[in-house]
Design a protein around this ligand. Sequence first.
Ligand SMILES: [Zn+2]
Length: 342
Amino acid sequence: MKPEVTYRFSELPLDGRAMRVADGVYWVRMPLPFALNHINLWLLEDGDGWTMVDTGIGGEKVRDLWESVFASTLEGKPVTRILVTHFHPDHMGQAGWMTGRWKAPIWMTQAEWLYARHQHSSDPAGRFEAAEIFYRRAGVPEAQIPALLQRFGRYREGVEPIPASYRRIFGGDEIRIGNRVWTIIIGEGHCPEHACLACPEDKLLISGDIVLPRISPNVSLFPQEPDGDPLSRYLACLDRFAHLPEDTLVLPSHDTPFTGLHARIENLRQHHRHRLDIILDACAKQPQTGLSVMKAMFTRELDSLQLGFAIGEALAHLNLLWREGRLIREAGPDGVDLYRLA
Ligand SMILES: [Zn+2]
């Protein structure tokens, strides 16, 4: 059987160093304090300076590593632009520090910048009530809800203060970086308006968290939009990569650069179709809750952070089927939503 993806590099960049992966493109790997323990960031030669894509999680450790990268890689030229794919802490964390360090602007899509500003500045207490209702409706036992609420309101812990101004980018924008023109492709479902960068001529794609080689990107329902359908948005956005050459070198935010973009996208679609089938089978036997569906989808042991993601994923799959009219959602006498076949 043809391998789904081919990893293109057998070595990883060393801590505090960058590794060249294409003409003018350098790979930096920074640590993360999670089960997913690293993130990939990119430095692009840009004339008299450098464009950075994503910044790493907040805190001194990553800042110190960046200083080593700057000393070893930038050849005395400054970072002149900080492009951030999306608002998540591992991508956005150092953006505020970086823009001060280099006096360079942050380039982002509007929804991602607004989310970052909102998450950083709003009082998390206001979000707990919506989250409590959300988990109760999903069938999570009362005693387990407080642990799940902990992840809300922690954004600030991993993200340096967000600057009050930015340069807005749009899907379809063509951005000249050094000798290349990159086109912005918007990814959805993992976050509201994720920027990916594609250069079909040179067969390069900075895919961020939208296409990863090994794990499927988290596509979750969140308490602020309980009737949302992020999974449909995610699956639809994968079509936007169809025109890219098969041998495109994909530069993902996690794991290592690979080729086999279209096979991987097909595999991601299959993965979600398979999960939708599991849910339909379960609902055919008896009405299901968000929690029972989560247990059918994830059989391994989960910590409370992973449990939050897993419930969000289960509900994202349920909402796709509910919004398509294939499932009926009704609240039971205890207020827990029950899903049954239409
Ligand atoms: Zn992300």
